[in-house]
Unconditional design. Structure first.
Length: 253
């Protein structure tokens, strides 16, 4: 079975690792190419975009892909939409791996907002010390709120820097523990955290740390994603593939 995994997440890397040694499978992992130094991957990697849904459908047909797995980030709505449409065009089976979102628990002080622009406005007029735990390509709207002091953490350097007078940048790759993030927030005297509801455990440290320190969190709501066959974990994805192999579903038998 030829499988294409749309990746960029820990789940995509873990799933590729689980499938890499199987002689019955030929797995390729696709990365968007936005990270300068991506983590090592256990299977062959294709880097860069496809040219929208039509381009992805053409690739699926040309490479005779029998199963497309969308294991992209929960906020990669356009890629997920392209995957759904491409699977229809190419008549290729599609499975999405979607993390369960975090749920607020006692002690959490969350404010849900629709997008980054609303997050910037939600900070208010008074100067605050803000931890931005967002992608480096998503923080530009905070230039409209230059009164705040920003701490920005991203995998790659932010270029160009945010157009504000007070900003500090950290380049680091998770996972981040609660203890480490608690120390980071405390040492930088952070007043508020801005992040996405990514789900999973690798980036939950900041949420737990904010709860312990009594800090508010401005949380970007998840986008709407296509209604396609989906599982929540890597284990469930492997089980789904095993069932497909056993029943001949993926080959249309």
């Amino acid at each position: 079975m030829r499988i294409l995994i749309l990746g960029g997440t820990a789940e995509a890397r873990q799933l590729a690792g689980r499938l890499a040694a199987r002689a019955a499978l030929r797995v390729t992992l696709s990365l968007a190419g936005r990270t300068a130094s991506p983590a090592a991957q256990p299977v062959p990697v294709r880097s860069g975009g496809f040219g929208g849904a039509q381009g992805l459908a053409a690739y699926l047909a040309a490479e005779r892909i029998e199963l497309l797995i969308d294991a992209t980030h929960p906020y990669a709505a356009q890629i997920s939409a392209n995957a759904a449409r491409a699977s229809e065009l190419a008549q290729t089976k599609l499975l999405a791996v979607r993390r369960v979102p975090w749920a607020a628990v006692a002690g959490d002080r969350w404010t849900d907002v629709a997008d980054v622009e609303h997050a910037a406005r939600a900070l208010g007029a008074k100067s605050r010390r803000v931890f931005l735990a967002l992608g480096r390509n998503e923080i530009a709207p905070f230039a409209q709120a230059p009164q705040h002091h920003y701490l920005v953490r991203s995998v790659d350097a932010v270029e160009p820097p945010l157009a504000v007078p007070h900003a500090r940048y950290i380049t680091a790759r998770g996972p981040f523990s609660e203890a480490d993030d608690r120390q980071l927030l405390h040492e930088n005297k952070i007043d508020v955290v801005v992040c996405k509801n990514s789900g999973g455990i690798s980036s939950y440290g900041k949420i737990a740390a904010a709860r312990t320190l009594g800090l508010p969190v401005i949380m970007l709501k998840r986008p709407e994603l296509p209604d396609v066959p989906a599982v929540e974990t890597v284990d469930a994805a492997v089980a789904w593939i095993d069932h497909a192999l056993a029943s001949g579903m993926a080959r249309g038998v």
